[in-house]
Write a protein that binds this ligand. Structure first.
Ligand code: ZN
Length: 311
């Protein structure tokens, strides 16, 4: 039987980052401005390493290129998903991502980016920016060019446990005081739309206004989610979203959850609590992949998991 592949995250310092990846998740972080934990990542800007078993020390990119059988011989140049935890101490710049077609044409064949956010924690009265209030693309351009940001940006209140699907073309940003788990296509293509007029090292950060205006959809349509759950005495299993790029579920293990890994592979992140997976200890901050044909998997303990797979 195939082994569970445990992964070691890569950390990214960001001007907006904080220290919750250490204080809340127990990771050893490079500084008190650590914004991102690339937990399950096979990207040139961050590649997680296997910490156990036969493939110990190899990167996820290497497993993808040399052991495709672990992923059911899925096709593709790159491992399709990227799982991150973000800790925002201050507001992130407001951004938008292209779809596959635009990225292929304008960004050297890169993938576009569809992503989704599960809110792990946030301060009271925190909001996020998601979408805009322009009626059409002419009005959008006019509002951007005249800096009418307060009217343009759609700001919504959030709380722990909220979930958002962010399709390409949707303007978005998390604000200070928010910790999220992000499941996304394996791409790093981002167009910065607005940075609140802030300076970094004395000058404003670059904006990508024209490309952003090319890809922002107007009017805004809310990303579709599929929250639906099954609850027993032992666990709760809830689908958060199913789209053509990924399926994301939340599993709240109260005592024991037995599930089937019957997909090409399954990513698992422990976001709260601790327990075991098939007898091996795991806790908040553990990330691993259940490979192809893994079959039945048993989680025991009291913990919350976010899992993802593609169909
Ligand atoms: Zn994004």
């Amino acid at each position: 039987m195939s082994e569970i592949i445990f992964l070691e995250p890569v950390f990214k310092e960001m001007i907006w980052g904080g220290d919750k990846l250490e204080t809340s998740f127990g990771y050893k972080i490079p500084s008190k401005n650590t914004g991102e934990c690339w937990a399950i990542a096979a990207h040139q800007n961050g590649d997680s390493r296997v910490t156990n078993g036969e493939y110990k020390g190899k990167t996820l990119s290497k497993l993808w290129s040399e052991h495709r059988e672990l992923f059911g011989n899925l096709e593709g140049d790159v491992f399709p998903l990227l799982i991150k935890i973000l800790d925002a101490k201050t507001d992130l710049s407001i951004q938008v991502h292209p779809d596959d077609e635009y990225a292929r044409e304008k960004e050297n064949g890169s993938l576009g980016k569809t992503e989704c956010w599960y809110v792990l924690d946030c301060d009271e009265d925190t909001t996020i920016i998601i979408g805009h209030n322009a009626k059409n693309s002419d009005e959008l351009r006019e509002m951007v060019e005249n800096g009418r940001w307060n009217e343009l940006l759609r700001e919504v209140k959030i709380k722990k446990g909220d979930f958002f699907q962010i399709d390409p073309g949707c303007i978005h940003a998390i604000k200070g005081g928010t910790v999220i788990l992000e499941t996304q296509q394996n791409s790093d293509i981002t167009y910065r739309v607005y940075d609140y007029g802030r300076l970094s090292n004395g000058k404003p950060r670059e904006l990508h206004t024209e490309k952003a205006l090319d890809v922002i959809k107007a009017p805004f349509v809310e990303g579709k989610t599929d929250r639906e759950g099954v609850e027993t005495e032992d666990f709760l299993r809830e689908i958060l979203v199913s789209c053509s790029f990924y399926n994301v579920e939340r599993i709240d293990v109260k005592k024991k959850a037995e599930i089937m890994q019957e997909y090409k592979f399954m990513n698992v992140s422990v976001v709260e609590g601790c327990g075991t997976v098939d007898g091996m200890e795991i806790r908040k901050g553990s990330h691993f992949i259940l490979p192809f044909e893994y079959g039945k998997v048993v989680f025991e303990g009291k913990m919350e998991l976010v899992v993802s797979y593609i169909m």
